[in-house]
Design a protein around this ligand. Structure first.
Ligand code: SF4
Length: 181
């Protein structure tokens, strides 16, 4: 059964045209060291973007962050793009929408609202390599994987299908998070 806080927030999601979502328990969001290792070895964004490792809190602090929330929402996005540039433009636009959602939820009184983007920030065309140099500090947010979250497991536990893709033109399933009290 949906309680009054959830039904109130779902009106905001509807206004923001975010209709594909599931409520999840933030206490079930596990932070894994192997995810951090994957970011550190094997990702081109390591040290190259202001919201990616090593410009993020320790996994210990990430665990503590999730423990401080009572509710979370997983937003699903799916599309196929041909080029890397098209993929980046798509996820950048989604991230801007998530930021608008966070603001709308915050202004409704849910002061702890915090979103995690579906991909590395991409609010600016060119990112910086450190947090201090970030060009839009008010708008930058990390992606869940940058915080050590196993997004595949969370999505599957919530009932979504997500698979490893073998061709960059295949349809992608992306997930953004909203944390709430
Ligand atoms: S706001 Fe701009 S500079 Fe800052 S993390 Fe995002 S893309 Fe990078």
């Amino acid at each position: 059964m949906v309680n009054s806080i959830e039904s109130d927030l779902e009106q905001v999601f509807k206004t923001c045209q975010l209709l594909d979502f599931k409520w999840i328990d933030p206490q079930a969001i596990s932070v894994r060291q192997w995810v951090r290792f994957k970011c550190t070895w094997g990702c081109r964004n390591y040290g190259a973007r202001a919201t990616c490792p090593p410009n993020v809190p320790s996994t210990k602090d990430c665990r503590a962050f999730f423990k401080e929330y009572k509710r979370a929402v997983l937003f699903h996005f799916r599309d196929a793009k041909t080029t890397r540039e098209e993929r980046y433009a798509w996820t950048g636009e989604i991230n801007r929408r998530l930021l608008e959602l966070e603001r709308a939820v915050f202004l409704r009184g849910y002061y702890k609202a915090f979103v995690l983007y579906v991909d590395t920030c991409r609010i600016c065309e060119e990112c910086t390599t450190t947090r201090d140099a970030c060009k839009q500090k008010m708008a930058s947010r990390p992606a869940p994987d940058a915080l050590g979250v196993d997004v595949y497991q969370i999505a599957r536990n919530a009932g979504y299908t997500i698979e490893v893709l073998t061709d960059p033109t295949q349809a992608m399933d992306r997930f953004g998070f909203l944390l709430l009290d």
